[in-house]
Design a protein around this ligand. Sequence first.
Ligand code: UFG
Length: 327
Amino acid sequence: MTNILVTGGAGYIGSHACKALRAAGYIPVTYDNLSTGWEDAVKFGPFEKGDLTDRARLDQVFAAYQPVAIMHFAALSQVGESMREPGLYWHNNVAGSLTLLQAAVQAGCKDIVFSSTCATYGDQDNVVLNEDSKQYPINAYGASKRAIEDMLRDFEVAYGLNHVVFRYFNVAGADPDGEVGEFHQPETHLIPLMLDAIDGKRDALTIFGTDYDTPDGTCIRDYVHVMDLVDAHVLGVKWLEEGKGSRVFNLGTGSGFSVREVIDHSGAVTNRDVPVVEGPRRPGDCTKLVSGSTRAKAELGWCPKRSHLDQMIADAWRWHQAGHYNK
Ligand code: UFG
């Protein structure tokens, strides 16, 4: 079987990707420093602990497994934190990715699937974003991911390292089999925080800003089920295997939901009250991020099956009630 190096394979999206890769006949080799991931989440292939900035360790892992491709998830990904501590993002995300790409080139690995973000687009007056939209990130997280996209373009020209870049919108839900799920510590994402509030694990969910220029005043996001998202990644590996060359794809559904709408759906799905308080805006948040999703469907044949808001909340709720990890 074929090895794929999965950086960040112990994290939320990376662990689901490992499951999808295994099901598709690949061996996912997780490379993760466990700063935000969980060793318990590595269930579908070997685990190699290591940091992205550790070139010697990366060289060792490339030599041991000779992966044909990389799925590069490992990154810091909190918008708020990136505004308070941008250096962390430039170091871990940008310098770490540079080290990874240099190791890949030396090892002769020619294909990489990279997790980018709609946060690279920034705030663009309520337009639906497609892959050719301009990228004006308004937070250091988005800026760090845009810089890595630039790096990938240069490495393609210079060294023939082919990339598929996926710009994620808001990933939610969990593996319906309950083998892996979302578990961040600290948690910052809307749906898991809301489930904590519903469950009494926190007092209330704070709505970050009610004065945005949207119909109900709260931010709008395009939510994608993690299982659908990782399906696209397997298609991305196959795309590169088939020699189709470098390409950027948005992974969103084309539909947006406001924070208040997500709250209403969560109350309905769980059949519980959602304790909510209204708070100020969170620095770095965009008003609306909604994807045009035609390219991934037309070219990759991506076919999202579970990305309905109620389904995502129901799958997240099931995991929330049953699942967790230990270091
Ligand atoms: N929100 C709240 N209260 C909370 C948490 C979030 O109101 O307690 C709001 C946010 O302000 C935002 C929406 O819910 O409007 C979604 O917030 P998340 O933190 O769940 O997600 P983000 O949109 O900030 O970030 C996510 C991913 C990033 C990605 C980004 C693009 O975590 O990796 O989408 O904006 F880049």
